[in-house]
Design a binder for this molecule. Structure first.
Ligand code: SF4
Ligand code: SF4
Length: 120
């Protein structure tokens, strides 16, 4: 969920879908609501994957909520503030913290695991 229509987040064709960046990410209230609706409509559920992995990481490291994944996930690897360690060259743009805030990114927002899983 972001509010800046001028920002187009590029794709990251280099991504090998290794899943290693799918740890515990936070989301905004709007994103959480959207994800909640998606879970109900598509019969998807959080599956506990331990302390290090997101519970929405599915088979073959596919995201089970891909169309409604948080902004953090969309930006990972393509902005210089969050580079992929395997394909750092994919980070072709920069979105400083203040710009991210205007887009709805909440660095201190609750984690998906807290909202949809059992993490306290
Ligand atoms: S962005 Fe990088 S770490 Fe994340 S799945 Fe792709 S290759 Fe792996
Ligand atoms: S929501 Fe999807 S893309 Fe984001 S960390 Fe979880 S599995 Fe990865």
């Amino acid at each position: 969920m972001y509010s800046d229509p001028l920002i187009i987040i590029p794709e990251m064709p280099q991504c090998s879908s290794c899943g290693r960046c799918c740890g515990h990410v936070g989301c905004s209230p709007g994103e959480a609501a959207k994800i909640g609706r998606y879970l109900t409509e598509h019969g998807v559920a959080w599956k506990e994957r331990g302390l290090l992995l997101c519970g929405f990481l599915g088979r073959r490291n596919r995201c089970t909520i891909y169309p409604v994944r948080p902004l953090t996930c969309r930006l990972y690897g393509v902005i210089q503030e969050m580079t992929c360690p395997f394909f750092p060259e994919a980070a072709r743009m920069s979105l400083p913290a203040d710009r991210l805030v205007t887009m709805g990114y909440e660095a201190d927002g609750p984690l998906l695991a807290q909202i949809f899983g059992g993490m306290p």
